[in-house]
Design a protein. Sequence first.
Length: 473
Amino acid sequence: MKKVSATPKVDPRKSRKGSLEGGTLPTRREFIRGAAGASLLLAGSNVAAWADHHGHPTPQSLSYLDRRMYIHNMEILAHFMPGQSRNGKMQMMSIGNRRYMLQQGDVIDLSDVRKPAMYNKGGFQGGQVQVAFNKDLKKWILMTGSQTPITDSTPEAPNGKYDDPHLDDKRKNFKGLRGVRFYDVTDPSKIVKLSEFSTGATGQGTHRNYYDGGKYAYLDTAPDETFIHQPAYFRQLVNGNMIVDTTDPSNVSEVSMWWVPGSRKGEEAEYNKWIWSKLVPPKVAKDQTPFAGLHGPVYVPKKLEDGGNRGYGAFGCNGFIILDLSDPKKQREVGRFEPPAQYSGMGIAFHTIYCGVLDRGFVLTNGETTNSDCNQIFLPNWIIDIRDEEHPVPVAQLPRPVPPPEAPYRDFCFKRGRFGAHNPPHLKAPGKPRQDFIAYSYFIAGLRCYDIGDLYHPEEVAYFVPPEGGDLE
């Protein structure tokens, strides 16, 4: 493997890996190319806002940012708007032979992936993008989220709310929408706003949501100030799962709200049962406090109106939770996976659930590191057997990324910045997800691709680590 500074090429002489059940596996080049659609949309991430929070560099840490690029078994097809921020969540929609990516208020034409072009700049509002085709309306519907400012660290209050409780005034005094917006994007050049839905005037809006074009949407929200039992230094409230009726996207209504018992004021008896309720200052360092509640969203891979009845959510330190949604007015917990306590005591232990291999009886989960320089335990990506829904069992972890040999550090802990997973591909991209492939974005460790044909023995097969931007401050 070699360092490259221009469009990289993969060695076509790569040997084949072996065989499975009567057929030779493709070369890794062929494998990655076949799965490219699943991984193209992972590169955008909100690194700038979190670049060096709570850093604790060691004598082995770099004193500069690594401007080099590292790539293995992948090719760069295009670089869209180099030098400009493309932060935020993103999704694709398909109309005939056209492919559009919706991100950060913009519509980008990806029909020729080698020549992406801005198609409709500023066509909608909101960064938490959920776009899907509504078969009943025969329209493409976009749902975007809106949340209050995060009660985050500042130079004057490096430990967030524990240093300055008034940081939450940003949330309390927020004048914008706390909830979601709906748009008709059937013609992505002429987007029409349909409605706004508020999840609660005193809550914190929505963070990550799920909408599949069906009768319901699933919102990650704390609707009011009673959801107060949040240990994390960078948040004030604890989110749960709100189901809303989206039969008519112009007139959305709440169906039900579910949260982990103990999240709300008045539920102190349940809250005190959480081991996480003890992990607050002064018993732990202020920046080592765990994140509680839904990070979102609750994924519902099969629509309820089509016979689906299960939701799969990442509830931070409270684990991966399976919800029974047979009666959407009465959500009910079915089963939960909570790892050994050291993996949930800091950061966001469960951030996202990947349901693309649900047909095999498994899901993948990942956390989110919130501090730099490995100033927290590394949060693994778990592969979980859910065939016994009441007792989900982990069977493996994705391999922890390691730097290439030519990098000036032997562990990503020393690169500077956050090291850990953040986003998997989304379920609703055009086509169906491959059952033997998964890609994750890893902040400073870049984009990592895995062969999961054998879920008990996942293997990394490719990576792309872009030059580190910004400055060390």
